[in-house]
Structure formats: C-alpha cells, structure tokens
Design a protein. Structure first.
Length: 120
C-alpha cells in the first residue's frame, strides 16, 4: 500500500509541474504579445499593463495560503526567465520602451507582495 501511495504522489507532482509550466508559458506569452509584438500599439500596451496587475492579483486571491516567495516561484518563474531572456535578446532599452520590462516587474511584485496588498 505504501508503494502505491508514493507512486501516486510522484504522478501528482509531475502533473502539477506540467500544468505549472504550461500556465507560466501562457502568462508570459500574453504579456509578451501585448507589449513586445511588432503590431503592438498604445492600447495593447496599456492592456498589457492592466493585465500585469490583474492576472497576478487574481492568482494572489486564489492562493492566499501561500507565501509570497512560493507564489512567485510557482507562478512567476516563467516571467523571471522571460525578463532575463528578453533583456539579453532584445536589449534592455527596447524591452523597457515597449513596456515589457515594467509589466514583468509589476507582475512579479504583485505576486510577491500580494498578501500585503490584500490585508485589511
């Protein structure tokens, strides 16, 4: 019985990992598409700015029992990787001018400090 339980826990961990990777890819691609795309205009960049606040805020509301660091590592790992890779590939001035770097930093800050933002 113990072996079955341990295998089930390993399978559950693998499935959670796959879905967290997929969620991270979706979150970072949304912000990248709305800010860094060649056809991005002011409206889409403003939408990316709003989503960089609202998406992490929704995640914070759903994961109130997590610490800020755990939440940022689970849901913001893709954003951190995108922050570093876009700074290297595109360059910091271009990434900042398009709004990608500020949006990613804001999203990571909301994920990390979300518990302090929702305290009453």
């Amino acid at each position: 019985m113990m072996i079955y339980t341990k295998k089930r826990a390993i399978g559950n961990t693998r499935i959670n990992t796959v879905f967290l990777i997929a969620l991270n890819l979706i979150l970072m691609s949304i912000l990248g598409f709305m800010t860094l795309d060649s056809h991005a205009n002011f409206n889409s960049r403003f939408g990316g700015f709003l989503l960089s606040i609202l998406m992490p805020y929704f995640i914070v509301q759903q994961t109130k029992n997590m610490t800020g660091l755990e939440r940022m590592m689970k849901f913001g790992f893709g954003m951190m990787a995108y922050l570093v890779s876009s700074s290297i590939i595109v360059g910091i001035p271009e990434s900042f001018f398009t709004g990608l770097l500020p949006c990613l930093i804001i999203a990571l800050a909301v994920l990390f400090y979300g518990n302090h933002l929702t305290k009453k």
